[in-house]
Design a protein around this ligand. Structure first.
Ligand code: TYM
Length: 327
């Protein structure tokens, strides 16, 4: 079976972009691959956090992911900081990553722009992400479009390491969905929907009240020409609704456009499709919230499974570099 790995940050609550761009592919693909899904709490620390904030968000995110359909009997769900090899390999990879490569990362540019405090961790973040992926001999990384650049860097770093120290890492490939790879903000449809940077009325949370979700779609920004057409450059708002509808129902955005002559029905059908997607997730989330100890137990089992793979790959990396073994 191919090995799949992906990660998600415990920052703010999960939104529709995370679900359609990544998590839905995780749940659908988990039976076809040996899958590892990681809550990347160390990545969340690259921007300042209150004491306790990341731990609480990690537990809640685990419950949302389980509610979305990740099955801990089938895949390995775990927390990054529970497997110490992530930090250890990240250091080795930082030493084969060029400053220039890190400077080119658009996520760093977006997240650092205009900030008073920019941590060194935010800059070297892609090396930690590369460590996450390479620690599991990963073949495929299911992510949204915004992560493609980080996966390409991971390949480059792995190739450089292999060239310098001998064959060590498997080269991974990004798997990006056909529809839903880049869900845009409902109010500012030229910006991606985002936990940290998006507008409140333009971001749809997975655990948000469903009446409020429907209202956000009905108030989504479109344009004034009145024609339903899939054209992301000229009609970003309408095209975003068509993409969300397609990703939620399994259709194709340009074909769906032909079924509508007005914005009103498109908005209400998209709202209905998303509400139908979220309803069972929210029900299950409510049940899981009642038993946090069970979620913590599942995460412990996940960390043990993850560690059993990570230990071997880490040992291979150390041996190939030729660090003096501890005897
Ligand atoms: P994060 O936590 O920002 O997002 C998690 C996943 O959701 C996808 N996503 C979107 N997809 C479509 N439309 C959107 N508006 C949207 N917003 C987010 C992301 O592409 C991602 O797949 N650096 C990563 C976390 C990470 C990781 C990894 C991912 C750390 N290590 C190893 C893969 C493999 C991040 O910040 O994702």
């Amino acid at each position: 079976m191919p090995r799949v790995f992906s990660g998600i940050q415990p920052t703010g609550s999960l939104h529709l972009g995370n679900l359609l761009g990544a998590v839905r592919n995780w749940t659908e693909g988990q039976h076809r691959a040996d899958s590892f899904f990681c809550i990347v709490d160390l990545h969340a620390l690259t921007v300042p956090k209150r004491p306790g904030e990341v731990g609480d968000a990690t537990l809640e995110l685990a419950q949302v992911l389980l509610a979305c359909g990740l099955d801990p009997e089938v895949c390995t769900l775990f927390v990054q900081s529970h497997v110490h090899q992530h930090g250890e390999l990240a250091w080795l990879l930082q030493c084969v990553t060029a400053m220039g490569e890190l400077r080119r990362m658009t996520q760093f540019k977006d997240k650092s722009e205009g900030k008073d405090f920019v941590s060194a961790g935010l800059f070297t973040y892609p090396a930690l992400q590369a460590a996450d992926i390479l620690l599991y001999d990963t073949d495929s990384v299911p992510v949204g479009e915004d992560q493609r650049q980080h996966i390409e860097l991971t390949r480059d770093v792995a190739e450089r390491f292999n060239h310098r120290y001998g064959d060590t890492f498997v080269l991974p490939t990004a798997t990006v969905p056909a529809a839903g790879a880049r869900v845009m903000d409902l109010q500012e449809p030229t910006n991606k929907m985002s936990k940290s940077a998006g507008s409140d009325t333009g971001t749809v949370g997975l655990t948000e009240d469903l009446a409020s979700v429907a209202k956000k779609f009905k108030r989504a920004v479109t344009d004034s020409d009145g024609e339903v057409r899939y054209d992301p450059a000229a009609k970003p708002g309408v095209s975003n609704l068509l993409s969300i509808l397609a990703a939620s129902t399994g259709g194709e955005p340009a074909e769906l456009a032909e079924e509508y002559s007005q914005y009103g029905p498109l908005k209400s059908d998209t709202a209905d499709a998303v509400v139908a997607l979220l309803e069972p997730v929210q029900e299950r989330f409510g049940e899981l919230r009642a038993d946090p100890a069970e979620t913590a137990r599942l995460l412990r089992v996940g960390a043990e499974k993850a560690r059993s793979v990570a230990v071997d790959v880490m040992a291979r990396a150390r041996a190939n570099i030729g660090l003096l073994p501890l005897t």
